[in-house]
Design a binder for this molecule. Structure first.
Ligand SMILES: Cc1ncc(COP(=O)(O)O)c(C=O)c1O
Length: 402
């Protein structure tokens, strides 16, 4: 093994940063303007993103999590409301609903691990106000059916496209199909600012409110005011972060092309494992995917536990990842315990219902039990890296498929 053991690939990979990023950051440092209120970089980034998505409004913020919270706050989601969310995605795709003291209701998943429209219908109630759809692993969810439900029941549709910047549903960029699109610029994402995020919308009133709430609730257009039109937060992106993302926008098409190329290579080279107990997650037919993380499913015929599979890969220097459990089974959901002294918001008199998270999503539970995320899609990995990852996986499969 020797040299090979040093080749450890983790899931959160180094982004591709170059001279353009350095130049942009140096400009900010030289200007001595580090906050967006006085600077130009966040403003320019919003312009670039708005061209890219062809939307009227982009509001940058300091994480994908704050993007989700801003969307929910601006849509007036609050105590007593239910929001349909998926059980697989990221924890803040549902806890952002709790930030507003509203109740996340988990709908179960389809074969791709994304919201199943049929189960959304089953989970609707007279308290449902919105749906948060997560486009998982760079793939598009079943948007036609989900948009139809939202329209039929007058629900807001929030797209969490944190993992899917640049992916498309039937030709349309994800994030532009719902009322609001939320994105993360975390270091692992398609483009990055280190930590960061943004919200997109075509609705003027909503955009102004999101901007205002992200800036302490100060009135839109008066960023320095000491009077406040909403209860807000400081969710502003720092100028240095915005400068990095601005430079990353120049590489976005290249990064996406590399992700697609790498995923196609993995699919081609791993497909002969499909009759040896490994199933590959393919892109849904409606999705032009940007391949955030490559997913394998271990079938029962492969006589190895998921922990052992991961640990054997790790010994070979390949950092794969299991997903543990769906979010509805996290302890604080099961116990409905967020605050130490009370069961708010679950016991909120505005809500007045009982919610039981334990059996909400049996399909998601089953799906996650055998799923592994492997490195490989990330654009900094070259063919030699991919060949190494592929041969490590093949070694482990050969050992256990006898
Ligand atoms: C689907 C999804 N939603 C939301 C987030 C939160 O983004 P951030 O880490 O920028 O807060 C992530 C981050 O990994 C994510 O993958």
């Amino acid at each position: 093994m020797g040299k090979d053991r040093e080749r450890i690939y983790y899931i959160n990979f180094p982004p591709i940063l170059g001279e353009e990023e350095k130049r942009e950051v140096m400009e900010v440092l030289d200007s001595k303007i580090l906050v967006r209120t006085y600077g130009t970089k966040a403003f320019k980034l919003e312009g670039e993103l708005s061209n890219y998505f062809n939307v009227k409004h982009v509001i940058t913020c300091n994480s994908g999590t704050s993007a989700l919270h801003l969307a929910l706050a601006a849509l007036d989601i609050g105590p007593g409301d239910e929001v349909i969310v998926p059980p697989i995605g990221f924890i803040t795709s549902s806890t952002s609903v709790l930030y507003q003291n509203a109740i996340p209701i988990f709908a179960d998943v389809d074969e791709y691990g994304m919201l199943d429209p049929e189960d959304i219908r089953r989970k609707l109630s007279d308290k449902t106000r919105a749906i948060i759809v997560v486009h998982l692993m760079g793939h598009a969810a079943q948007m036609d059916a989900i948009m139809e439900i939202a329209k039929e029941h007058s629900l807001y549709l929030i797209e969490d496209a944190a993992q899917a910047i640049g992916a498309r549903y039937k030709g349309r960029l994800l994030g532009t199909l719902g009322d609001v699109g939320c994105f993360s610029l975390h270091q692992s994402k398609v483009i990055t600012s280190g930590e960061g995020g943004f919200v997109i919308t075509d609705t003027d009133r909503l955009a102004e409110k999101i901007y205002s709430i992200s800036n302490f609730g100060r009135p839109f257009g008066i960023p320095h005011a000491y009077s406040y039109v909403y209860m807000g937060y400081n969710y502003r992106i720092p100028e240095v972060s915005a400068a990095i993302a601005l430079a990353q926008m120049k590489g976005i098409n290249k990064f996406i092309a590399a992700r697609k190329r790498n995923a196609a290579y993995l699919t081609e080279r791993l497909s002969n494992l499909e009759d040896k107990g490994i199933r590959l997650l393919k892109a849904p037919p409606w999705s032009d995917s940007v391949w955030w993380t490559y997913i394998l499913t271990l079938e029962a015929e492969l006589k190895v536990s998921i922990q052992e599979f991961i640990s054997l890969l790790f010994k070979k220097g390949v950092g794969a990842m299991a997903f543990d459990r769906p979010d509805n089974l996290q302890e604080f959901y099961l116990e409905k315990k967020i605050y130490p002294h009370c069961l708010c918001p679950f016991s909120c008199p505005y809500y007045g219902r009982e919610v039981d998270y334990k059996t909400m999503c049996p399909k998601a539970e089953k799906l996650l039990k055998d799923r592994v995320g492997i490195p490989g899609c990330e654009p900094h990995l070259n063919k030699e890296d991919l060949d190494y990852i592929i041969s490590a996986i093949k070694d482990v499969v050969e050992k256990y498929n006898r």
